[in-house]
Write a protein that binds this ligand. Structure first.
Ligand SMILES: Nc1nc2c(ncn2[C@@H]2O[C@H](COP(=O)(O)OP(=O)(O)O)[C@@H](O)[C@H]2O)c(=O)[nH]1
Ligand SMILES: [Mg+2]
Length: 456
C-alpha cells in the first residue's frame, strides 16, 4: 500500500441516500482517464456539467466534474472529483464505469485512508495533520471538532517543529565543541546551554499538558466502577447518568455483566463502566461477569473503588490491593465511601480525611465527585486552544521529555558529558519527529492510515 503508484478511486461521501454523492480519483496523471470518461480535457479548478455514458451510449448520470492538476490538489497528484446524484446504486454504476474506462491507466479502488496517505507522502500535510483529518471526521463533540480543526491548521505541528528547531540549534552548538573536551564546562556556561535546555523542557511540558487535554476530548475517559457486591456501584452509575441505566437491588450479585453509559461532565466525554461486584462466587454466570470486570479495570483511565462507608477501611484491604495490582500504569484509583446517608456524624468526623464520602441514594457529594473525576484524569478545564491528540502523540512527548531530562543530567555539575548531552538531545528530537511523521517506521504508518475509512 505504501508505495503503489496506480491511480485510485473511491466514493468520498457516506453510504446511503443523499442529494449529492462525490467520487474522487487521484493519480500522477489523469489525462487519459478524463479523456476516456468524457472525451474532452477539463480545465483545472472549473466546475463542468457533464454526462457519463454506458458503453452502449445510455446516460448513467449527469454530474459536475472538477479537475485539480497536481501538485495543487489535496493529494498532491492530479485529482478528479465527480459530484454525482447521491444514490447508492447510482454511485456503484458510476464507480463501475470509471473502473472500466480507467483500466487502461491502471485505475484501482483506494484502500482506507489512501488519499490522505498520498497527501502525507507528497508533503501536503504532515502526519499529525493527517491524523487530525480522521479526528475531525470522527469528532463526537463540538470541542473535539475545534481541537481537530486546530491540529489540521497546523497549530500542533508548528509547536512541535519549533521545539525541534530549538533542540537542533542547541545540538549544533554542542556538537561543534565536542572536539574540545577540556572546554566543556566553559562551553556550558558561555552557551547558556542549561538555561536553553530548561526553556525547551518547559515548552515541552506545556505542549504535553495541551496534548493530554486533546486526548481526553478525543477519546473520552474510561471510568470503571469497581468494588464489592452491594456497595452501590449501579446506584452510582444511575446517579451520574441521571437515569436508571442499571438494575439496583439489595441482592448481592445483581449486576452480572458490564453496563456502559456515556455521560459528559463539563463537556468531557466519560464512558462509565459498571461492573459485577468483585467477590468469590460459585455462580458460573456471575464468575464470568467478574472476569469481565477485571478486564475492564485493566483498560481503565480511572477506577473508582467504591466502598460501603460503614465498612472499616482494613476490611477492604485485600480487594484494594487486588485492584491496585490490576490497574494499568498511570491509572489513578479514587476511593469513595458510599451510603454516607447511613453514617452517623461522629463516624464521619473520625474517618480517613482522604476518602470522599458520597451517597448515591441522596446525591450528597456527587458534585464534588464530578470535580474530583475531572481533576484526577488531568482535565485542566480549558476548551480554548486545545488541540487534537492521540495516545501515540502523548507517548512520543513523554519519551522526548525523558530524554531532555537525561540530557540535563549530563550537563549537571560534576557529571558533565557533552557527548551524552548531545546524544540525548538527538533522541528527544527523534521522538518529536515521529509525531509529525519524520522518522516514523513504515509499518506504523500503514497502521495509522488503515484506521481511516475508505474514500478519506
Ligand atoms: N442508604 C443507601 N443505600 C444505597 C446507596 N447506594 C446504594 N444503596 C442500596 O444498596 C443496595 C445495593 O445497591 P447496588 O447499586 O445494586 O449495588 P452494587 O451491587 O454495588 O451495584 C441497594 O439496595 C441500593 O438501594 C446509598 O448511597 N445509600
Ligand atoms: Mg450492581
Amino acid at each position: 500500500m505504501m508505495t503503489r503508484e496506480l491511480p485510485i478511486i473511491a466514493v468520498a461521501t457516506a453510504p446511503g441516500k443523499a442529494g449529492v454523492g462525490v467520487i474522487r480519483i487521484s493519480g500522477r496523471n489523469l489525462n487519459a482517464i478524463i479523456g476516456a470518461l468524457f472525451q474532452k480535457n477539463l480545465l483545472p479548478r472549473q466546475a463542468t456539467l457533464l454526462t457519463l455514458h454506458e458503453v452502449d451510449g445510455q446516460a448513467i448520470d449527469q454530474l459536475i466534474a472538477i479537475y485539480f492538476a497536481g501538485p495543487a490538489s489535496f493529494t498532491g497528484e492530479d485529482v478528479l472529483e465527480l459530484q454525482c446524484h447521491g444514490g447508492p446504486q447510482l454511485l456503484e454504476l458510476v464507480m463501475k464505469r470509471c473502473l472500466e474506462l480507467g483500466k487502461i491507466a491502471g485505475l484501482v479502488i483506494a484502500e482506507p485512508g489512501e488519499f490522505t496517505l498520498r497527501a502525507y507522502l507528497n508533503n501536503k500535510i504532515d502526519l499529525a495533520q493527517a491524523e487530525a483529518i480522521a479526528d475531525l471526521i470522527d469528532a463526537q463533540s463540538e470541542a473535539a471538532v475545534r481541537g481537530a480543526a486546530r491540529s489540521l491548521q497546523g497549530v500542533f505541528s508548528t509547536d512541535i517543529n519549533n521545539l525541534i528547531e530549538e533542540i537542533t540549534q542547541l545540538r549544533i552548538l554542542v556538537e561543534s565543541t565536542l572536539d574540545f573536551p577540556e572546554e566543556e564546562i566553559e562551553f556550558l556556561e558561555s552557551a547558556q546551554a542549561r538555561e536553553r535546555l530548561k526553556k525547551v523542557s518547559d515548552q515541552l511540558a506545556v505542549l504535553r499538558q495541551g496534548a493530554q487535554q486533546g486526548k481526553i476530548l478525543r477519546e473520552g475517559i474510561q471510568l470503571v466502577l469497581a468494588g464489592a457486591p452491594n456497595v452501590g456501584k449501579s446506584s452510582l452509575l444511575n446517579r451520574l447518568a441521571g437515569e436508571e441505566v442499571a438494575i439496583v437491588t439489595p441482592i448481592a450479585g445483581t449486576t452480572r455483566d458490564r453496563v456502559k453509559e456515556s455521560i459528559s461532565i463539563d463537556g468531557v466525554p466519560i464512558n462509565i463502566i459498571d461492573t459485577a461486584g468483585l467477590r468469590d462466587t460459585s455462580d458460573v454466570v456471575e464468575a464470568k461477569g467478574i472476569e469481565r470486570s477485571w478486564d475492564a479495570i485493566r483498560l481503565a483511565d480511572l477506577v473508582i473503588f467504591l466502598r460501603d462507608a460503614r465498612t472499616p477501611d482494613e476490611e477492604d484491604n485485600f480487594l484494594r490491593a487486588q485492584i491496585l495490582q490490576a490497574i494499568p500504569p498511570r491509572c489513578p484509583v479514587l476511593e469513595l465511601g458510599n451510603k454516607a446517608d447511613l453514617l452517623g456524624l461522629e463516624v464521619k468526623g473520625t474517618a480517613n480525611p482522604e476518602t470522599l464520602y458520597i451517597s448515591a441514594k441522596t446525591g450528597e457529594g456527587i458534585d464534588d465527585l464530578k470535580a474530583r473525576i475531572l481533576k484526577m484524569v488531568g482535565w485542566g478545564g480549558a476548551h480554548e486552544g486545545v488541540i487534537s491528540a492521540r495516545r501515540r502523540h502523548l507517548d512520543c512527548l513523554e519519551r522526548a521529555a525523558e530524554h531532555l531530562h537525561q540530557s540535563a543530567a549530563f550537563a549537571s555539575h560534576g557529571n558533565i558529558s557533552l557527548e551524552l548531552f548531545a546524544e540525548e538531545l538527538r533522541l528527544a528530537q527523534d521522538q518529536l519527529g515521529q509525531i509529525t511523521g519524520k522518522l516514523l517506521p513504515d509499518d506504523l504508518l500503514g497502521k495509522i492510515f488503515s484506521q481511516f475509512c475508505i474514500g478519506k
